[in-house]
Each structure stands twice: as structure tokens, then as C-alpha cells.
Design a binder for this molecule. Structure first.
Ligand SMILES: *[C@@H]1O[C@H](CO)[C@@H](O)[C@H](O)[C@H]1NC(C)=O
Ligand SMILES: *[C@@H]1O[C@H](CO)[C@@H](O)[C@H](O)[C@H]1NC(C)=O
Length: 248
């Protein structure tokens, strides 16, 4: 089993595109999801153990999380009971702090909310009021960056919403394509994975054209389930739980 996996990985690396020179991330297996931001790296494995990368070593973090994210507003996680943790509890399924201005989470009933940054940083615990502002749309995965928030709904349709710091927005705009998850990096670049496991990036994103110009396929020789990007490096997790890091 291990040998087969290693052979598949070698075949994969041999076939990989040269634009993204992927290398396996050693020392960690059975990954579920990863998140890179501000030079930091966190992950969860399929047993919901959270990890933090220190140098080239993964150390486990306390708790049990199904999703973890590292952002300017801190490290956030969600457990399998859909409680949000900044090592305090809330009630969100998936949350992503981004763009250092706000975080957008996905509430249990697939309703998206916006939380201003000052509130995020100051959030102390379940007793402190969360100033979520209801946002239009029904999303299963969302991620925010300096030029707005991207989301996918349960049909894998893609949406973009520009937001200001007060969570004011003009609603979701539909973007062409289909993705099952999408991540915006702190520099505004956008990466996603289709339900079939293909990795895409959005071209031409600028402050004046936050929707960019189109999708580019990033060839990977494995079926992927998760992607994140930070400081010029793309981190991917295969459906089988392999992690690879791909400097551009
Ligand atoms: C997840 O990580 C924990 C802690 O290192 C480990 O005990 C567990 O076996 C891992 N799960 C899988 C599926 O590898
Ligand atoms: C997205 O899905 C729709 C139908 O759901 C399909 O018509 C379209 O070709 C897909 N687009 C891409 C880029 O895969």
C-alpha cells in the first residue's frame, strides 16, 4: 500500500508541469486540508488533528478540528460539531479570515455572513456578541482577499463579491466555471479545485478588475481535493491525502 502510493507519487512528479515544480511535503500523511498565509502553514489530517508547520516540521496543535485557517486575524478552526474556534467557540461550519479586513464564514444553514476585522480580532468567546452581517447567497466554501470574497455554492457555481470594511456589498456576481473549493491568497490570487480534482487559478485579477479575465488549468497528475497559496508557493492536497508544495 505504502509502496504503491510512493510509486504513484514518483510517476506524478515525473509527469508534473515544469511551471509548477511540485515536491512532496514529507512528515505528514492523510491530510484533509491545508491553509497557508503570511508565511505560516496549518493543516488538518483525516482524523481531524490540527497541525502547524515550524521550519520543516509539523507539530500537532491541541484540539480536534475539521478545518483550520491562518490569517491576519489569527488562526481559526472549526470542529466537527461546526463550532468555530479561535480557541474559543462559536457556531460556524467553515470560516476564512482574509484580507485583514473581515472574515467570511459559512453558517450551518449555508448562509454567509460578514464579520468586521476589529470584531474578529476582539472576539473573546461565546458570550461576546458577534456582529455578523447577513450576506446574500448560499455558499459552501468562501475565502476573502484584498479584492473581495470568492465563494462556491453546493452546485459548484462560482461567485465573487466585493466588500468594503463595513461589510457593504453589491451581492454575488456569478463567475464562469465550476469549483468545489476556492481559496484567495493574501496577495489576492485565486486558486480552486473542481469536483473532479483539477486545479485552476484565476488570471488577470487586479484591484480594478477583481473578477480577473479567465481560468487557467494547472496540470497536476493526481486528483486533488484542496489547494492554498502563499508567498509564491502553491500547496496542494491529493484526494488520497498527499501534500505537495509547488513553487512557481
Ligand atoms: C492524524 O494525526 C495524529 C497525530 O499525529 C495521528 O495520531 C493520527 O494517526 C493521524 N491520522 C491519520 C489518519 O493519519
Ligand atoms: C460547469 O458546469 C456546467 C453545468 O453544470 C457546464 O455546462 C459547464 O461546461 C461547466 N464549465 C466548466 C468550465 O467546466
Amino acid at each position: 500500500m505504502r509502496a504503491t502510493a510512493a510509486i504513484l507519487l514518483i510517476l506524478c512528479l515525473l509527469a508534473a508541469s515544469h511551471a509548477w515544480d511540485c515536491q512532496p511535503v514529507v512528515d505528514i500523511k492523510n491530510l484533509m486540508q491545508i491553509d497557508a498565509g503570511l508565511g505560516q502553514m496549518v493543516a488538518t489530517n483525516t482524523s481531524q488533528t490540527p497541525y502547524y508547520l515550524v521550519g520543516d516540521k509539523w507539530i500537532t496543535l491541541p484540539g480536534s478540528l475539521k478545518h483550520i485557517t491562518v490569517e491576519p486575524a489569527g488562526i481559526w478552526g472549526i470542529n466537527k460539531a461546526d463550532s468555530i474556534y479561535k480557541y474559543v467557540a462559536g457556531s460556524l461550519k467553515q470560516v476564512d479570515a482574509g484580507g485583514n479586513q473581515f472574515i467570511v464564514g459559512v453558517y450551518m444553514k449555508d448562509t454567509s455572513f460578514c464579520l468586521t476585522s476589529s470584531a474578529t480580532v476582539g472576539y473573546k468567546g461565546p458570550s461576546s456578541p458577534l456582529p455578523w452581517t447577513g450576506l446574500p447567497g448560499s455558499v459552501k466554501y468562501s475565502s476573502c482577499g484584498p479584492f473581495g470574497c470568492w465563494a462556491v455554492n453546493k452546485n459548484d457555481d462560482i461567485f465573487l463579491m466585493s466588500l468594503n470594511q463595513d461589510c457593504q456589498n453589491n451581492g454575488w456576481s456569478h463567475i464562469d466555471g465550476n469549483l468545489s473549493m476556492i481559496e484567495v491568497a493574501t496577495d489576492g490570487s485565486v486558486f480552486g479545485v473542481t469536483s473532479a480534482g483539477s486545479v485552476y487559478t484565476r488570471d488577470g485579477i487586479t484591484a480594478s478588475k477583481p473578477e480577473g479575465t479567465g481560468w487557467s488549468h494547472i496540470p497536476m497528475c493526481m486528483i486533488m481535493k484542496h489547494v492554498t497559496y502563499d508567498l509564491g508557493r502553491l500547496w496542494v492536497v491529493s484526494k488520497s491525502g498527499f501534500a505537495m508544495v509547488c513553487p512557481h
